[in-house]
Design a protein around this ligand. Structure first.
Ligand code: EAX
Length: 323
């Protein structure tokens, strides 16, 4: 009898040891792709680490699959404070922080190692420091991946093969200019509209990293994948100033550390998807062609001259030569 009372008392006391609801802050986080995607894995790792490092005082509420709109809309919501955190590609970010456009220049990065070192190094950190002036707090570089072209019309093996194709682009002026320079008709469009646009033939194709092509099931609406690797697409975890300014220094550090955990998990998922994704797409009936990137790079030369003017030939070289 005494024992039952003790167990009861402990259970009852136990209930009071957990974090009183009042002290728990819900952190709303949004991203464009599926829960099981690289963004889903990265965001889950961020949330898990945040909850752990704050002993449950901060707990995420996740909005996957563009539930709160496309990346541009989510970034606006973070600026307004109606959304706390977004894990987004740099696609639309240049519309808010123009300096970031430089990392979306095609054929800028040699490989994942070069790109990740650059984003985590002084160049990437300098760019993160540009965000607060625009009402955004960027705390970590995550990753989308190297982008490739898919389409439903024809196999693409050389630059001439893309001429006249209507390709959906992100809302990114660097991409739009680069695609126009090789004769593509770029159609800027928010990600949540893309699958239907491909299905209905509003556009012939699109370009995204393997992890997005897999998680968005584009094999259902696209016949051809051309491994152009034409752009390395970084991503970011951005926090709203409305939340950030309320955080203690210790909690700011917890968010930063959680950002690092999210970045590592997202990049690992990209590695995994890259390793198995192409065979999976082939098994789903997609024809895959390897591409001579240098030919596409040469074809885009007119655009590069303009990018050098806009973003500085020295800045571009600094990224290209970063080790
Ligand atoms: O960030 O819009 C795009 O094509 C992006 O790659 C996608 O939203 C994931």
């Amino acid at each position: 009898m005494m024992l039952m009372k003790l167990v009861g008392a402990i259970a009852f006391a136990g209930a009071f040891v957990s974090v009183p609801v009042a002290a728990q802050t819900t952190v709303k986080i949004g991203y464009a792709t599926a829960l099981t995607s690289h963004y889903g894995v990265g965001s889950a790792a961020f949330c898990e680490e945040l909850e752990k490092r704050t002993s449950g005082r901060y707990k995420c509420q996740v909005f996957a699959n563009s539930a709160l709109g496309g990346e541009r809309e989510m970034i606006e919501a973070v600026q307004l404070g109606t959304l706390d955190v977004v894990n987004t590609s740099t696609g639309p970010v240049g519309n808010f922080v123009p300096e970031v456009n430089i990392v979306d220049i095609p054929f800028l990065f040699r490989d994942y190692d070069h790109a990740r070192k650059t984003m985590d190094g002084p160049i990437g950190q300098d760019l993160l420091a540009k965000f607060p002036a625009k009402g955004l707090v960027a705390i970590a570089w995550t990753e989308n991946g190297f982008r490739h072209i898919t389409n439903s019309k024809r196999a693409i093996n050389k630059p001439d093969d893309v001429k006249g194709l209507k390709i959906r682009s992100m809302q990114n002026k660097v991409h739009i200019q680069a695609f126009q320079s090789i004769g593509i008709q770029p159609t800027p469009m928010a990600f949540p509209e893309l699958f239907t646009a491909l299905q209905q033939g509003t556009v012939d194709g699109q370009e995204n990293p393997i992890p997005v092509i897999l998680s968005a099931k584009f094999a259902q609406v696209q016949k051809h994948l051309s491994l152009t690797g034409h752009v390395y697409s970084p991503a970011l975890i951005i926090v709203s100033p409305a939340l950030w300014t309320k955080l203690s220094d210790a909690d700011k550090k917890a968010f930063m550390d959680a950002g690092k955990a999210g970045s590592a998990a997202q990049r690992k998922k990209v590695n995994d998807d890259e390793a198995s994704g192409i065979d999976q797409l082939k098994s789903e009936g997609v024809s895959v062609s390897n591409i001579d990137g240098a030919a596409f790079r040469t074809a885009m030369t007119p655009a590069f001259a303009d990018f050098a003017k806009k973003y500085g030939a020295k800045n571009i070289r600094r990224i290209q030569e970063f080790k």
